[in-house]
Design a protein around this ligand. Structure first.
Ligand code: NAG
Ligand code: NAG
Ligand code: NAG
Ligand code: NAG
Length: 399
């Protein structure tokens, strides 16, 4: 193709421009061709550059294009352009001898290149992690700068405890393989990862980045990213309903057990639990070892609603009893209602006159009222504890 273009240009020049233009393209090309030939001459691509026993510095830089975090498969993928540069003294030349040419391009297959591997890669194709298929610029002082597009798929353990307000920490760990007793030193003296201008996915955002180097092992470079789930939409369908259910479950307890509406509302509340749990099931990440705390909250709330429904039935039955209450029930009632306890009983249900049909209705109602109040206190305390222990809280925004 290049040759064709050149011929075309040459023909155009010959026909249009006659002799008035100094045509230096062929000369330059010839020199560059010669230069590449000379560089390849005696160059052994499997031998590392000559070194004096100290470690060999290799500079890396990444520019992120986009990233993706898959919490179902525990994979963190980043698409980057990876820039790797080093100095190979065998590739030096004197530009004056080559028509002033001080840079040329070669593919990485023609030169020696360091091997940088992503240690925690999930793609089985580790060929991909090697530094193939890159374009490299070579400068007359022996500097080699290569760039390639690469997608790193790193394994990342997911912790869903705080779902949907969860943050995950994922790392890319790079290893530099030693070459024939030459230790490769990944130079990460400044920030190597740039996220500027990257496309962010809708579901996760990167909120923090740090890099660590450890030159005492082969795993020299560790880039750690903190990703945060974009939770606003999810919260609306899984977190807020939990709070609504809580309010509903507690409200039911304040109603009079003798009215059918309490049992009706208690059943409706249980039905709502079912509905929102189904909604939750549709959104929750399925692959996880430990269930999110939010699920545990729902579970506890279902249990509490069930118990409160049972209690409603039992207290309803008690209020309707026609038999005479035992003495200890009467003394218990008197003890509560004649002491400070009567201020605690809330709500106090209206007492019907003891009629012939229900001679002891007042005593039984008082008793049921006390039990109900005790249950309200227990339920509220339980919900408060559950809320503080299990309810996921939004992550405060830090700038
Ligand atoms: C080895 O080479 C490095 C640079 O390539 C230089 O800084 C260092 O002084 C050299 N060491 C010896 C012992 O020559
Ligand atoms: C998951 O995160 C929670 C809180 O964020 C923490 O308490 C828990 O120890 C973590 N679990 C694991 C296995 O790291
Ligand atoms: C390491 O990288 C920094 C910044 O990128 C650069 O200034 C320094 O010269 C590099 N060191 C070596 C030995 O290449
Ligand atoms: C560096 O790596 C070595 C060998 O794996 C390990 O023993 C050491 O604790 C690491 N140092 C740091 C600071 O992580």
């Amino acid at each position: 193709m290049a040759l064709f273009t050149y011929l075309l240009l040459a023909t155009l020049h010959a026909t249009l421009a006659e002799d008035c233009i100094i045509n230096n393209i062929p000369e330059r090309m010839a020199f560059e061709k010669q230069l590449r030939k000379d560089l390849k001459c005696n160059y052994k691509i499997f031998d590392p550059p000559p070194h004096n026993g100290s470690s060999f510095p290799v500079n890396v830089k990444f520019v992120m294009k986009r990233f993706n975090f898959n919490s179902e498969e525990d994979t963190f993928s980043v698409q980057t352009r990876m820039f790797v540069s080093w100095n190979d003294p065998r590739l030096q030349w004197n530009p004056e001898k080559y028509y002033g040419i001080d840079a040329t391009e070669m593919t990485v297959l023609n030169i020696w290149a360091p091997t940088l591997t992503l240690v925690n890669s999930v793609s089985s194709d580790d060929f991909d992690d090697r530094f193939y298929f890159a374009r490299c610029n070579i400068y007359s002082d022996g500097d080699v700068r290569c760039v390639r597009r690469v997608t790193h798929d790193a394994a990342c353990d997911v912790n869903l405890t705080d779902w949907p307000y969860d943050q995950q920490e994922c790392s890319l760990i790079f290893e530099a393989a030693d070459v024939r007793s030459m230790k490769i030193h990944i130079n990460a003296s400044s920030r190597v990862f740039s996220m500027w201008g990257a496309e962010y996915g809708a579901e996760w955002i990167i909120t923090d980045y740090k890099q660590e180097t450890n030159y005492s092992s082969n795993k020299q470079l560790k880039l750690t990213f903190v990703v945060e789930r974009e939770a606003r939409g999810l919260a609306a369908i899984v977190v807020y309903p939990a709070m609504i259910l809580t309010v509903m479950s507690v409200t039911v307890l304040f109603m009079d057990v003798r009215r059918a509406v309490r049992l009706g509302l208690a059943s409706f509340c249980l039905l709502c639990h079912h509905y929102f749990l189904c909604e939750l099931a549709g959104n929750i990440p399925t692959k996880n070892t430990k269930p999110p705390n939010l699920l545990l909250y729902y579970r506890a709330s279902v249990v509490l609603s069930l118990v409160s429904m049972l209690l409603t039935c039992v207290l309803g039955k008690i209020c309707g009893l026609k038999s005479a209450p035992q003495n200890y029930i009467i003394s218990f009632n008197n003890f509560v209602f004649e002491s400070f306890g009567r201020y605690l009983i809330f709500p106090q249900w209206e007492l019907e006159c003891d009629s012939d049909g229900k001679p002891f209705s007042q005593d039984w109602t008082k008793f049921a009222n006390i039990i109900n109040t005790a249950f309200i206190i227990v339920v509220i305390i339980t919900y408060v504890c559950l809320y503080f222990i299990l309810m996921p809280q939004p992550i405060p925004i830090t700038y």
